[in-house]
Ligand binder design. Structure first.
Ligand code: HEM
Length: 178
């Protein structure tokens, strides 16, 4: 898409359509599709790789925020686009892992169980909300509509940070209890 298109159009409608398609695909992948029958032994490393990608994303988000507060726009842009890249790689790793393994049940018992599910549910709900927010925030920035970008980014940034950090927390929960 040309920069011209970013400048002309309101990004929210197509961001919502694209996000709804991605969300529907993920629901099918995780809850309805049967795990792949063969191959994919190498994918057991993916949860650790995905958690690393989430951590790198969180680092870029914080660095991107610090740079814009210091007025360093080009550095801000680079960090935020890197955060986007790490999240996209995470999504690819996540989809590959779930294609092979399906859903991962949590076997922890006692007090840790409600804590895990509170983190998991908030993570899942906010990850759905986050998708159209990220796409719109980036599109507004690339279209140089900075006042609107700044307004929307105030919601996008904390939600994105929460989702990437809780992604890492969930990885450690599953590693410790499964
Ligand atoms: C989704 C990724 C992005 C997020 C979450 C994000 C986040 C933010 C936030 C929170 C602010 C406001 C900072 C404040 O409180 O002063 C901001 C401002 C800004 N962002 Fe981004 N940003 C992203 C991507 C980009 C990109 C790709 C560009 C460049 C093309 C960019 C350019 C700017 C500029 C120029 C401002 C200053 C706006 C002003 O002060 O009027 N951002 N961004």
């Amino acid at each position: 898409m040309s920069e011209h298109a970013f400048r002309e159009r309101d990004p929210l409608p197509w961001a919502l359509v694209l996000s709804a398609a991605v969300t529907a695909f993920l629901i099918w992948l995780i809850y309805f599709k049967s795990p792949a029958v063969e191959g994919g032994a190498w994918t057991s490393v993916l949860p650790a790789v995905n958690a690393t990608l989430n951590s790198l994303c969180a680092v870029c988000l914080v660095a991107g925020y610090v740079s814009i507060r210091r007025g360093r726009r080009r550095v801000h842009k680079r960090f935020m686009l890197s955060a986007l890249g790490f999240s996209a790689l995470f999504l690819a790793g996540y989809v590959t892992y779930h294609h092979v393994h399906g859903d991962t049940p949590f076997t922890g018992r006692g007090v840790v169980r409600p804590i895990y599910f509170a983190v998991l549910i908030s993570h899942v709900v906010l990850s759905v909300v986050m998708l159209p927010l990220i796409l719109s925030t980036v599109a507004l920035a690339l279209g140089e509509r900075f006042p609107r970008h700044k307004k929307l980014a105030r919601f996008t940034l904390p939600i994105w940070l929460y989702v990437s950090l809780t992604g890492v927390v969930i990885f450690f929960f599953l590693a410790a209890y499964n």
